[in-house]
Design a protein around this ligand. Sequence first.
Ligand code: TXA
Ligand code: MG
Length: 423
Amino acid sequence: MNILKRYLKFSLKRSSQVVEGTMAAATQVLPCDSTSIVFSLDDQVAISSPETLAALRTAAACLKDHLPVAFPTETVYGLGAIALNATAASKIFSTKGRPADNPLIVHVSSRRMLQTLLPQNYALSPSYELLIEHFWPGPLTLLFPCDHSQIPDIITAGQPTVAIRMPSHPVARALISVTDAPLAAPSANSSGKPSPTRAEHVVNDLNGKITIILDGGPCEVGLESTVVDGLHEDGNIRILRPGGITVEDIKRVLVNGFSDADTPIPQILVHRRDFSDDALEQAPTTPGMKYRHYSPSVPVTLMRTSNAPPGIEPLSPSAFLEDLKRSIPHSPDTLRVGLLMPSDSILMKSLISNTTFQWHEFPFGLVSEPAIIARRLFDGLLTLEREGVDLILVEEVSEENEGLAIMNRVKKAAGSSQWITIP
Ligand code: TXA
Ligand code: MG
């Protein structure tokens, strides 16, 4: 924390204080106590902390004035605006520098609110019923047919579908409920940067550009929601973006849910692994296909420890470091290298035994704990960037469970990759 503090250009006070920034406008950070927020079974919210209630009401008033508000979700911090108002939603795009053809996810606080957004004659499929029952509220986004009479084109970028999710973070859900309106919210970062998982990350990026950040502490999941398209006639479930709900979780629920049904169990197809789609490749309808994503301002290299494909000769860790020394223009003893590697990584042990470099390890969880690695990935990228490292090395994880989403983000963040032989 001390290292981080040295690099902060402003003091962040966690009690309804204004953050002194280098920019003209001030951003207020309002702490919210998640434990003071309770939802009843019929989706009514009760907030016992007066400070939290006041913060939520202030944020709701801002949203109604068409000013975007940053708020915590269980995945990453979001930058919200009232989804049914095109002027409000347009501020999200201008604040983030987000390309207009990248559609937004709409966040709801209840099934009732979901229903108000759907076309009148639309009925949920059995798959969607099961997924909603098991994973909402939570990090799962579903595509629905868009009711264009209600949802402005700016939200969907003119797509025939709209992406909707119900977040489980009490502050996110309470904000939607107190505002009494669905909120469009991408991650609360400048376009192309890693998504923020702590209020400080939002301050570092958007200070002076937004009025309010609700601080609900660090995000539990750490990677964005899983985006699912279950609207195809074949009934199969297409994963457009792997995320907080794993493919294995979805499969388990569908297999159990369809076991007694006459209809076959839907297949689960992961984009780019199990299917490709020319239209998807051309349109930025899911992250990373058209635009740069998740990249800090320092170079990131993915260290691949799985079997190298034919034609690629892997390097030993020491040969890799020799190459690195040669490729850097300034003296290698000043090179500060950030490491995002599991704490029990054999590769990391081997690298840090070389004392020519200054190593900056970020605590990353064990190889056997992909959920913890997922939680810390963006935090690690942003923290190491702020510590002023010259480059960041991220070790490959197995693409199972949360590992699929981790690798999806890391491949997009990394400008280069290197196959390594583990000693
Ligand atoms: O966890 C999350 O999903 C976070 C939090 C804040 O909820 N939000 C988030 O939003 O990650 P964003 O904008 O960074 O990513 C949403 C992605 C977009 O890249 C977009 O391409 C895709 O969802 N998306 C939105 N609407 C879509 C649609 N109609 N069809 C296909 N993909 C869509
Ligand atoms: Mg994003």
